[in-house]
Structures are given as structure tokens and as C-alpha cells.
Design a protein around this ligand. Structure first.
Ligand code: EPZ
Length: 427
């Protein structure tokens, strides 16, 4: 297993390229199942999860071709083609490793009229049920049964008749699955209290480019008028707002100045507002967003919530940054029930954090000290990297396969702006 070694205390300065968004890519890739024509995705990030999703699609009969990726390029172009769907089953051994595999459920149901997908099971940050995915599909006319750890979904012969569903809880994945199932329905599907994350707007934009008829894109009320078929398209993945927010925290915690090239401020208002509240300077540049800090950070209180509020995927990174703030911050995690696993590891570096249920109080300390730490999930791993960048001495982050799921060539990007960071392979 690889480790990442960081010798902290270096101020980061320079231009840092932002890659395509992981959480957009993972819902754009299964759209290839919705047509027998080629779908080309540009700015696809080089991430373990994207590779895993490509392998899953191959097993379903989708051909995937990577075009012209030079080693030094960030991102890739991939053309996918589902001329024929040769399997409608997503097996347990794939789904358990990458829960986003559940996002083939809607497209398979739409294209092939059936799908058998393993229940994803929980993960480090929570038990993460898929009941809302299934209820939305049933509301559109799907027949759902669960047996032996698998979901079996089927549509009536003429395709999903359509219907209306109101989400009791905002769910990104369930909204995505429902939209992808609805675009080939024989009737109209309406979602209320739908998730409004930018990644869902990206999904809808690709589907419209493929010929889908969707109203209310970006709102919490989405109407999809089903079409008989969709055609191919070429589409560029949106920039990763969570990667950009993570590197903004790197500039803040090291007292540096970074230009996040390609970042879209429109997707990150709550993140940028929270950064400004800590005293970090945020400004638009011609090619992205400029973040500047003098290293003195004010504490703040924030609560995670669905978009457009402060995203849960940024909670761990902000916590790392706030361990060095001048005072006590209060963070409340409202989305997942177990998303504080970075706390004990940050504490081993000298952070002063107390957790009570969903709330964490982060009391600023003078300094952090480098230490060997263990990554537990994707965003927790990034919080340990951020702490290591500011800590005195060396930090070793173990189990960096978590990081490779969501951050493209992280050590290259950070080295290029002054970090003393290297990947060490146990092999
Ligand atoms: C997506 O996960 C993201 N993953 C997550 O990012 C992100 O944290 C999350 O949305 C929230 O923004 C991808 O897009 C691949 P949800 P998802 O359904 O769709 C409950 C990262 O670090 N729920 O919006 O699984 C659920 O338990 C990852 O990049 C149900 O109860 O999240 C949670 O409490 C981590 N029943 C809440 O809703 C369901 O059927 C929000 O989950 C579905 C969800």
C-alpha cells in the first residue's frame, strides 16, 4: 500500500489546475447506457473510481476508449458506446468496492427494462441506504424486489409509465438514478424536493445534449418528459468544486496564495463565503479563483446541508484548517452519521477537537506536529494531508488509496506549488 510523506511548514504559492468533478463523472458515465450511439466525455478525471466505473460498464457491454491521454495531461477523453446491453447485472464484488455503481440501476431499467444490482451496503461514513432510489423508481412505475442482497427492478413492457415522487430527504444519488430512469419513460416523471447539486445540473445538461426533455434543471422540482430514444453526444465534465475547495483550504492553512485554475465560483458560493468568514481573501481571476491568506484564521460555526448550503464533502477539510484558527469553531454534520473519523487522527497531530453526536468543537491551537496517521475515507484523508502541510515535522498518511479515489495526481499538484510531499510505495 502507498503512503504519502509530507514535511510541513511550506507556504503554497502558484497556479493549481482543477480537474473534472469525480461526483459528476460518476453520474455522467452511466448515461452511455441510455443510447446505442457513442457518448464522448471530455475532462474526465484520472481517478480510481472512474476506472472502476469503466470496468463495470464494460461488463454490461459498453465499450470504452480512452483518446490521446499524454502522461502530463490532467484529465482524459473517453468515448463510450453501448451498442447492445449484454448484461443487466451489477455484481456484489464491484458494488461493494464502489457504491456509486448503484447509478447503473436507473439507466439499465430505462434502456433494458430490467436491472439486478447488488445492495451497496454501508461504508465508513454511514450505512447509506438506497430506499429513496427504490421508492422514486417505484413511483415511476418500476416493480422492485429485494432478494439475496440484490435489488431486482423491472419496467412494464412499454417502459416506465411515469409518475410523481416527493423526496422526504434530499438525496443526490437517488435524484440522479430517478432522472436517468425517467428520460426513456413512456410518460412524464416529476420529482419534488430533488437534490440541486451542480453535479445534477451537469447530468441534466448531458442528458439534454443527448435529446432528453427536462424542465426545472437546477431547481428542486424536476419534470422529465420521456422520449423513445436518446442519441449520442460529446460533453465536458464540470470542474470539481470539492477538489477546488480542498486546495483553497491548503492555501489558507499554509498562509499562501493559490490560483485554482478552471474552478467555477458559481458552484462554490457557500464554500467561498465560509472561507471569507475565516479571513481568507477570495477573488475571481481570468482563469479561475484566487485564494490568499496571511495564515491568521478566524474561527467560525457552520453546518453541512444540501446544496446550495455548505457541502458535507468539505467538512473534514475545513476542520483541519480550523484546528489552527484563533479561537473555537463549531461544526455540525447533518448529512452523514459517522463523518468525524478524521478527528482522532487530527488529535494525534495536536489538534484540540471534541465531538458530541453530530457536533464537533474545534479549539484552535498554536501548532500541529507531524505524525504517522491513518486515512479512513476520501475526505478524511484530505484533511490529514492539509494538516500535514501546516504541521511541524513529517507526517505520513497511510492507506492513500482512499485519496486516489477523489484527487487526481494530488502530490504532483501540491509539489508544483511548493509543498514538500512525496508518495512512497510499500511495494
Ligand atoms: C453523494 O452521495 C456523493 N457521492 C457524496 O460524496 C456526497 O457526500 C453526498 O452525495 C451528499 O452530497 C457521489 O456523488 C458519488 P445522498 P449519495 O443520497 O448520493 C440518506 C464524496 O466524498 N439517504 O445525497 O450517496 C443518506 O444516508 C462522497 O465525494 C437515504 O436515507 O448521498 C444520507 O444521510 C461521499 N436513503 C443522505 O440521504 C437513500 O436512498 C444524503 O445522501 C439515499 C440517501
Amino acid at each position: 500500500m502507498d503512503r504519502i510523506h509530507i514535511r510541513g511548514g511550506h507556504v503554497l504559492k502558484g497556479r493549481l489546475p482543477i480537474s473534472g468533478a469525480k461526483n459528476a463523472a460518476l453520474t455522467l458515465l452511466p448515461c452511455a447506457l441510455l443510447t446505442d450511439e457513442p457518448v464522448t466525455l471530455r475532462n474526465l478525471p484520472r481517478l480510481a473510481d472512474v476506472d472502476s466505473f469503466g470496468h463495470l460498464l464494460n461488463q454490461l457491454g459498453v465499450s470504452t476508449m480512452i483518446e490521446g491521454a499524454r502522461p502530463e495531461d490532467f484529465g482524459r477523453v473517453m468515448t463510450l458506446r453501448a451498442g447492445r446491453v449484454t448484461s443487466t447485472e451489477a455484481p456484489y464484488d464491484i458494488v461493494r468496492k464502489m457504491r456509486a455503481s448503484i447509478l447503473v440501476l436507473g439507466p439499465l431499467l430505462a434502456r433494458a427494462g430490467e436491472a439486478t444490482v447488488s445492495l451497496p451496503g454501508g461504508c465508513a461514513i454511514g450505512n447509506r441506504p438506497i430506499d429513496l432510489h427504490l421508492k422514486a423508481l417505484e413511483a415511476f412505475g418500476a416493480v422492485i424486489e429485494i432478494a439475496a442482497g440484490y435489488v431486482r427492478a423491472s419496467a412494464p413492457d412499454g417502459g416506465l409509465p411515469g409518475g410523481t415522487f416527493t423526496f422526504p430527504v434530499v438525496s443526490v444519488g437517488a435524484t440522479e438514478n430517478a432522472i436517468m430512469a425517467a428520460v426513456l419513460a413512456s410518460g412524464t416523471c416529476i420529482l419534488h424536493n430533488a437534490a440541486r447539486e451542480p453535479e445534477i445540473v451537469d447530468l441534466c445538461n448531458l442528458l439534454v445534449a443527448m435529446g432528453a426533455d427536462i424542465e426545472g434543471i437546477g431547481s428542486d422540482r424536476i419534470t422529465i418528459h420521456g422520449k423513445d430514444r436518446l442519441h449520442g453526444a460529446t460533453y465536458s465534465v464540470m470542474p470539481d468544486r470539492i477538489e477546488a475547495g480542498s486546495y483553497a483550504c491548503a492555501a489558507a492553512i499554509t498562509g499562501g496564495e493559490l490560483e485554482l485554475v478552471g474552478a467555477n465560483a458559481g458552484d462554490m458560493q457557500a464554500i467561498l463565503e465560509a472561507l471569507r468568514e475565516t479571513g481568507v481573501e477570495v477573488s475571481a481571476s481570468k482563469t479561475g479563483i484566487k485564494i490568499a491568506s496571511n495564515g491568521k484564521l478566524r474561527p467560525l460555526s457552520l453546518s453541512t446541508a444540501p446544496f446550495p448550503a455548505f457541502p458535507t464533502d468539505m467538512q473534514a477539510q475545513f476542520m483541519a484548517m480550523l484546528t489552527l484558527a484563533d479561537g473555537a469553531s463549531v461544526l455540525t454534520e447533518t448529512i452523514f452519521e459517522n463523518r468525524y473519523m478524521h478527528v482522532p487522527e487530527l488529535a494525534r497531530m495536536g489538534a484540540d477537537i471534541s465531538v458530541n453526536g453530530r457536533t464537533a468543537v474545534v479549539r484552535g491551537v498554536e501548532r500541529l506536529t507531524g505524525a504517522p496517521v491513518m486515512a479512513t475515507d476520501l475526505r478524511a484523508s484530505m484533511s490529514l494531508i492539509l494538516a500535514g502541510l501546516a504541521a511541524e515535522g513529517e507526517t505520513q498518511v497511510n492507506r492513500v488509496y482512499h485519496l486516489d479515489r477523489g484527487y487526481e495526481r494530488l502530490e504532483e499538484k501540491l509539489s508544483a506549488v511548493g509543498a514538500d510531499i512525496e508518495r512512497v510505495s510499500d511495494g
